[in-house]
Ligand binder design. Structure first.
Ligand SMILES: Cc1cc2nc3c(=O)[nH]c(=O)nc-3n(C[C@H](O)[C@H](O)[C@H](O)COP(=O)(O)OP(=O)(O)OC[C@H]3O[C@@H](n4cnc5c(N)ncnc54)[C@H](O)[C@@H]3O)c2cc1C
Length: 445
């Protein structure tokens, strides 16, 4: 399962960035070198360059979304996925620029409007339309009411079609792409994407094959949150992971929902072989968790993410800010600090709607009393009952400033619903917390 991530290494990040840029540029560079004698700077060449660059970018989209540990470790999966989204937009701009530049460079507006164009031109138009649809639906999925699982399946099929149709277009429309070196560059670029896709499809949490875990217990925590505890089946070896990391979990066997969803391992990673995930029922997948029976088989991905206090060892004075189920990575860290005797001061500001929504309330109180770590817990309720004595309202700048005191020198870890994260991250910046000291995890990829 690979080694766990280490504190940020610029060298590791640089290697991945160089590898990415090399593959993206390969078709363009080889095409320019192969035609060096006939190459001249023109709108026409810029149009061709846009398409060749676009091909490299689209192929690397497969690599970025394949959850490859080698690519993920230095950045974290959330950053890779964010980059994937940005590069989807960049690819669209490149492919939009391609016909416009070619038309301006000599082909004329006929290229854009002629309905009697040969099939390779129509293939290019189809590829452009596919990409436009993919970017639009990915950006407005929620507003369009498209369910995540359906969107993901359709997005993948569209991506493969796009590559197929786009390559068919490129190899049949442009005479100057027929030379062997250029064809080889195409093959190598697409092979990189295909290998990444195959690795993704073969991974246990996606294929449902490979080492399995068994459900040990499902325990209620609150009215809509359950803790699922898994233990490895005989022969399943598990890699180490850091407190705060997450895994993709896929129920296996008959009657299961065969989908992989990300969840933080809320348990202390240094505890015995068992792993526990504390899961809030929000949709059809998470609502099925409480009815999982003992011994049910589950496949797990390797651990992902960089949201862990162990990756920032220089920070010893910590402020954890959680909203709702966003407590899970922070709980994993507090549990790990407790069992490892880590010398840390932790202020946990934990927001929920009502008292009934607070997860791990008793355990947090016990950990505070234990004094390891030196933990202070402040619960904040947005819809308190009349008898609530504690803090009420939202976790805003005034409250964080008042509870934390001096912010300089402290490390902040934030996890919760999107709106809360947005407000808290803004508040921390306004309070003068340096970006390098703000760590956060969105529960959306
Ligand atoms: C890094 C990370 C850690 C997480 N840790 C926890 C945790 O410890 N406890 C917890 O309760 N929840 C956690 N979540 C959220 C959890 O993954 C979603 O709530 C769950 O997948 C929703 O599935 P659903 O079908 O029940 O709900 P739906 O209503 O179908 O989905 C709600 C939203 O969840 C996201 N989602 C749905 N399916 C997937 C999928 N297969 N892969 C990725 N995202 C998906 C989409 O944004 C979707 O809009 C985590 C999410 C991430 C990204």
């Amino acid at each position: 399962m690979g080694t766990p991530p280490t504190p940020a290494s610029l060298g590791q990040q640089a290697t991945r960035i160089v590898a990415y840029v090399a593959v993206v540029l390969l078709p363009l560079v080889v095409s320019v070198l192969a035609r060096l004698r006939t190459f001249e700077l023109s709108l026409l060449e810029a149009g061709k360059a846009a398409a060749l660059l676009g091909l490299g970018v689209v192929t690397m989209q497969l690599v970025l979304s394949a959850r490859l540990l080698w690519a993920e470790r230095p950045f974290g999966l959330d950053r890779l996925y964010r980059f994937h989204r940005v590069m989807g937009g960049v690819a669209l701009l490149l492919f939009l620029a391609h016909p416009v530049l070619l038309a301006g460079g000599g082909y004329g507006s006929d290229l854009l409007t002629n309905l009697r164009a040969p099939w390779p031109i129509w293939a290019g138009k189809l590829a452009l339309l596919l990409l436009l649809l993919m970017v639009l639906v990915a950006t407005f999925r929620r507003q369009l009411g498209v369910e995540f699982g359906r969107w993901r399946a359709a997005h993948r099929i569209a991506a493969l079609l796009l590559l197929l149709v786009g390559t068919g277009h490129a190899l049949n429309v442009a005479d100057d792409l027929h030379s062997l070196p250029i064809r080889l560059a195409f093959v190598v670029t697409i092979a990189v994407g295909a290998v990444a896709l195959a690795a993704y499809r073969a991974s246990p949490a996606v294929s449902g094959r490979g080492p399995q875990w068994k459900v040990e217990s499902v325990r209620p925590e609150t009215h809509n949150v359950h803790t699922l505890t898994l233990r490895p089946s005989v022969g399943t070896r598990d890699g180490r992971h850091l407190p705060g990391q997450f895994r993709f979990l896929r129920p296996a066997g008959p009657g299961s929902i065969h989908e992989d969803h990300p969840f933080t391992a809320a348990s202390d990673p240094s505890a015995d072989g068992a792993l526990s995930f504390t899961i809030k029922a929000s949709g059809y997948f998470t609502r099925a968790i409480p009815s999982m029976e003992s011994e049910h088989a589950v496949c797990l991905s390797p651990p992902y993410g960089r949201f862990s206090y162990l990756l920032n060892p220089e920070e010893t004075d910590l402020v954890f800010i959680a909203g709702g189920i966003g407590i899970t990575p922070l709980m994993s860290m507090v549990r790990h600090m407790h069992s490892s005797g880590a010398d840390r001061d932790v202020l946990l500001i934990y927001g929920n709607r009502t008292e009934a929504d607070i997860v791990f309330r008793q355990e947090l109180a016990d950990l505070r009393v234990s004094g390891r770590p030196r933990l202070r817990v402040v619960h904040v309720l947005s819809r308190p009952s009349g008898s609530w004595q504690g803090e009420t309202g939202r976790i805003d700048r005034e409250r964080i400033g008042r509870l934390c005191g001096e912010v300089i020198g402290k490390g902040f870890y934030v996890c919760g619903p999107r709106a809360m994260m947005r407000d808290v991250l803004r508040a921390l910046r306004a309070l003068g917390v340096p970006r390098s000291r703000i760590h956060y995890e969105y529960f959306e990829l």
